[in-house]
Design a binder for this molecule. Sequence first.
Ligand SMILES: Cc1cc2nc3c(=O)[nH]c(=O)nc-3n(C[C@H](O)[C@H](O)[C@H](O)COP(=O)(O)OP(=O)(O)OC[C@H]3O[C@@H](n4cnc5c(N)ncnc54)[C@H](O)[C@@H]3O)c2cc1C
Length: 386
Amino acid sequence: MSTDVDIAIIGGGNAGLTLAAKLAAQENPPTTVVIEPKSATQRDCSWALWALDQQADQLAHSTKGRWRRWQLIDETSRVVHSSNQYNYLSLSSADYLLGCAAQLKDPVKLVEDSVKVLHPEQQHTNIETDKGSYRAKTVYDSRPPNIAEEGLRQHFLGWHIHTKEPIKDPDMATLMDFRVDQSRGLHFIYALPFSDHHLLIESTLISVAVQPQSWYRNAIECWLRENNIEVAEIISEEMGVIPMDILIPDASTVTSEQPLIATIGAASGAVRRSSGYAFQHIQQQIGQLAAGIAQGNMAVPTPVSSRLTTMDSIFNGVLLSRPDLAVSLYMRMARALNGDQFSRFMLGQATANDWLRVIAAMPKGPFIKQAVKQAAKQLSQKLSRA
Ligand SMILES: Cc1cc2nc3c(=O)[nH]c(=O)nc-3n(C[C@H](O)[C@H](O)[C@H](O)COP(=O)(O)OP(=O)(O)OC[C@H]3O[C@@H](n4cnc5c(N)ncnc54)[C@H](O)[C@@H]3O)c2cc1C
């Protein structure tokens, strides 16, 4: 027997559970089921973001670390940013998701189940799951997106460690330290001190090919040695792959037809192609979607503007075609901006002045070449469709 619902949300991750919590808080919530096979603790990882004080305070229950200063380092220089307005936060995804789940109440529920197949019918979609089936007027699907085979990925392996000695500058987040092996792609160490004896260190590679785990572990060990940091204990290890070149299905967004099946979150293109950050774009998309649903508008807003996606694609095109420039692109960008401007830039909220600063700092030739190449590609795609 199948259960009838107004809305089925597939996947209880950032997008799915944030949406469910917002719907549960509405005056007349639609009947909603969130279908998620794994517990929040099974999926725990670190989610980082820039946030103004108000949002940072709201996220305090899931915050593991909060910094006002951060740095980027290459072989010859160091750029240090500080901000009075923005915080760099690292969240426990499990604590965030458990917080959302705790806000659910009838008629919005979370079930532990896995979706197998979707069958769209005239007025609803049949959803077959491991444990049964549902009939939903609207489906929001947040299952992880398809990754372009030759697309760029951000892949990393990280250790939470206890250090023997106190960490030198525990109020400084290291976003990118490029003083590591650059032979396999753009490689940097990301290091977040959660206290004066607790450090997260990740070896992160931006490239098409993922490396064996030993490669990242070796990079972490070398970096620790070079920075004279002795490990008292490895608390845990985490790894992940963030697609930076997602294949977004054509009908993923902005349709109000019934039955509606639309992607949300990363699957709808919420991951910034140039940085891999997605949290804030998802929050914004889901906030707008929930407000729309309250007004009877079920359409999913585009999470990242097409202008920003185009700029990011040009940036990635330069990264792929000119790997020799990769480190300098990030360093030039950081050097051109102060802490507030950099935070806005990473949040996708850069002002015209912020953009002018970044554009002025970039090497013009490779970017113009890439922009022309991508414009020609788009034109030929349009012509072949016509
Ligand atoms: C390891 C990792 C680290 C990241 N770190 C950051 C970061 O620091 N900052 C940032 O901004 N972004 C980060 N990202 C980007 C990340 O994609 C988003 O922040 C966020 O998790 C995406 O939310 P989402 O809801 O779209 O997808 P998810 O949170 O991945 O949720 C999708 C859900 O679908 C579920 N699912 C899968 N198959 C089925 C099925 N058959 N039936 C039902 N459910 C199913 C999965 O279990 C999962 O819970 C990271 C991504 C990864 C993979």
